[in-house]
Design a protein around this ligand. Structure first.
Ligand code: ATP
Ligand code: MG
Length: 470
C-alpha cells in the first residue's frame, strides 16, 4: 500500500547550530500552541500559515549516517519526502546520487554557503534536477518552512500521480484484457461459422457427387445387366455350337474324298478351328469376370451415394461400407500401400452410412498421402466396446509433428501443397462423427506413422429414422 501523506524530513549537516535552527523552524516545542501560528498569520498578514508540528525531522552530522538513515527509513516503509544536504558535505555530488539510488523519489535541497557555487556543474552531474533545489545559507525559519511545505507536498502529489497512473494502467490492462477476450470470442465464432460453412459446402459437394454417382450407377446398371446375361447365354450357345462342330469334324473323317471335303479341311486349317474352340470359352469367361467387376463397382457406387442426400438414419453394416469405400479408393491406394483388414465382430450400427463412408474415405486418402515414395502399409481394424463400435485406420507414413497435432481438425488446416489438399477432410469427418454422438482421436509419431480411431455409438439416442440435430 502506498503512503500518500509524508512529512518526514532528513537534515544532513555537520553543524549542531543548523540542526537547532531546523528543529526550531520545523518542530517547535509541543508546548507551542498551533493556534498561535494562525494568530501570527492573521496579525502579520501571512496568507497561508504553516503549522510546523506536521513535520517529523531527523538530523545527522555526516553523509554516511544520512545514507544509512535514508535506507533504514525505506526498509521500514517510512521513507523521507525531503532531504536537506549541506553543500560542504555534498560537494562531492555522489551523496545526492547515492540518496537517489536508495530512493529516487526523494526531494533534495542542497544548502550552499559559497556564493560562487555553480548550478551548471551540478546539473551536469545529476540527472534528477526536477527533484533538486539549491539554496544559499543561511536560511531563516520561514524559508525553511516554505521549502519543507512545498517540497513535501510535491512529494505527496508525485506519489498521488503515480498511484493514479498505476490505477490507470490497471484499468487499461483490464480493458485490454476484456477486449482481447471479446476478440478471441469473436474469432472463435468466426472460426465456428467458417467450420459450419465449410461443412455445408462439403456436404453440398458430396450430395451432388452422390447424386451423380447414383445417376451413373443407375444408367450403367442396365447395360451391365444385359451384357452379363447375354454372356451367360452366349457361353451356353457356344458350348452347343462346339459340340456340333466336333460332331462335324468326326463325320468329316469318314467322308469319301471329294473337292468339298478338301475345302472343309482347308477352312479348318485357315481359321484354326481347334484354337478357336479352346479360346472362345476363355474369352467369354474373362468378359464375364470383367462385367462382374463392373457390376461390383456400380454396387459400391450405389452404396456410397445411398441416402445419403436424404440423410436417413439406418442400420448399416460398417464392414460393407468400408469395403465399398476401399473399392472406390482402390486407385489412390494400390500404388502406395498394402491394405490389411483386421475386422472384429460388429453388430449393425445406426448411422448415416454414406457419411461414415466419407469419414473412412478421408482417413484412407490421408493415410495414403502420408506414405512417401516407398510402399507402405495401411491397417484397418474394427471392434466393439460395450455400447460402441470403433474403427481405426493406421498407416506407417510420415507421422504428424506434435505442434500441429492440435490443429489438424481445424477447417482449412493443411500441410499439403496448393491443389492437393483443402484442409477440410478431417474437419468434415470430425463434424460427421460428432453428429453421430461419437468421437475421433489420433495418435502419431514422426517417422513411425499415424493412427486415427473413430468411436461410434451402436444406437442413436434419438432412435432410428430421426435425424439428430447437428
Ligand atoms: N495420416 C496422416 N499422416 C500424416 N499427416 C496427416 C494424416 N492425416 C492428416 N494429416 C495432417 O492433417 C492435415 C489436415 O488433414 P485434412 O484431411 O483435414 O486436410 P488435407 O488432407 O490436407 O486436405 P483435404 O482432406 O481437404 O484434401 C493434413 O494436411 C496433414 O498435415
Ligand atoms: Mg485429407
Amino acid at each position: 500500500m502506498k503512503i500518500l501523506s509524508n512529512r518526514r524530513i532528513l537534515l544532513i549537516d555537520s553543524t549542531p547550530a543548523t540542526h537547532e535552527d531546523f528543529r526550531k523552524a520545523l518542530v517547535p516545542d509541543s508546548s507551542d500552541n498551533p493556534d498561535l501560528y494562525l494568530i501570527e498569520a492573521a496579525l502579520f498578514g501571512n496568507d497561508m500559515p504553516i503549522v510546523p508540528s506536521h513535520y517529523q525531522l531527523d538530523c545527522v552530522y555526516d553523509s554516511e549516517d544520512g545514507l544509512l538513515k535514508a535506507q533504514q527509513a525505506l526498509d521500514e516503509d517510512q521513507p523521507y519526502a525531503l532531504v536537506f544536504v549541506d553543500m560542504h558535505l555534498a560537494e562531492d555530488v555522489r551523496v545526492v546520487e547515492k540518496l537517489w539510488q536508495i530512493d529516487p523519489r526523494l526531494q533534495v535541497v542542497i544548502c550552499a554557503a559559497q556564493s560562487d557555487y555553480s548550478w551548471e556543474t551540478l546539473i551536469d552531474r545529476l540527472q534528477g534536477h526536477d527533484r533538486l533545489l539549491t539554496r544559499k545559507k543561511p536560511f531563516n525559519d520561514i524559508e525553511v518552512q516554505q521549502l519543507a511545505q512545498v517540497l513535501t507536498t510535491k512529494w505527496e502529489m508525485t506519489e498521488l500521480a503515480s498511484v493514479q497512473m498505476d490505477r490507470l494502467e490497471q484499468l487499461v490492462a483490464q480493458r485490454t484484457e476484456e477486449l482481447t477476450r471479446t476478440s478471441e470470442k469473436l474469432q472463435h465464432e468466426i472460426d465456428e461459422r467458417k467450420n459450419l460453412e465449410s461443412q455445408l459446402v462439403q456436404s453440398e459437394k458430396l450430395a451432388s457427387l452422390g447424386q451423380l454417382a447414383a445417376g451413373v450407377a443407375h444408367e450403367i446398371n442396365n447395360p451391365i445387366g444385359f451384357i452379363s446375361s447375354n454372356l451367360g447365354t452366349l457361353e451356353n450357345y457356344f458350348a452347343q455350337v462346339t459340340e456340333m462342330l466336333l460332331a462335324y469334324r468326326n463325320a468329316d473323317k469318314v467322308l469319301p474324298a471329294s473337292p468339298e471335303r478338301d475345302r472343309l479341311a482347308d477352312l479348318h486349317e485357315r481359321i484354326e478351328l481347334d484354337y478357336l474352340i479352346e479360346d472362345i470359352p476363355l474369352l467369354i469367361r474373362e468378359s464375364k469376370e470383367g462385367i462382374d467387376r463392373a457390376g461390383k463397382i456400380v454396387k459400391d457406387l450405389k452404396a456410397f451415394s445411398r441416402a445419403d442426400s436424404s440423410e436417413q438414419w439406418q442400420w448399416a453394416d460398417l464392414h460393407q461400407g468400408i469395403d465399398s469405400t476401399l473399392n472406390i479408393a482402390a486407385n489412390e491406394l494400390k500404388y502406395k500401400a498394402d491394405v490389411i483388414k483386421r475386422y472384429g465382430d460388429l453388430p449393425q450400427v445406426e448411422c448415416l452410412s454414406s457419411q461414415i463412408n466419407q469419414v473412412v474415405m478421408n482417413l484412407l486418402v490421408n493415410a495414403a498421402q502420408a506414405i512417401g515414395s516407398e510402399r507402405g502399409q495401411i491397417i484397418i481394424s474394427t471392434g466393439q466396446e460395450g455400447e460402441n463400435v470403433w474403427l481405426e485406420v493406421t498407416d506407417n507414413g510420415s507421422g504428424i509433428e506434435p505442434q500441429i497435432l492440435q490443429r489438424i481438425f481445424d477447417p482449412f488446416f493443411t500441410t499439403k501443397p496448393v491443389g492437393k489438399g483443402t484442409g477440410l477432410g478431417l474437419s468434415l469427418s470430425y463434424g460427421i462423427v460428432k453428429k453421430h454422438g461419437g468421437s475421433i482421436s489420433v495418435k502419431s509419431e514422426i517417422g513411425v506413422g499415424s493412427s486415427f480411431k473413430v468411436m461410434l455409438p451402436i444406437h442413436q439416442s434419438s432412435g432410428l429414422g430421426t435425424a439428430r440435430p447437428s
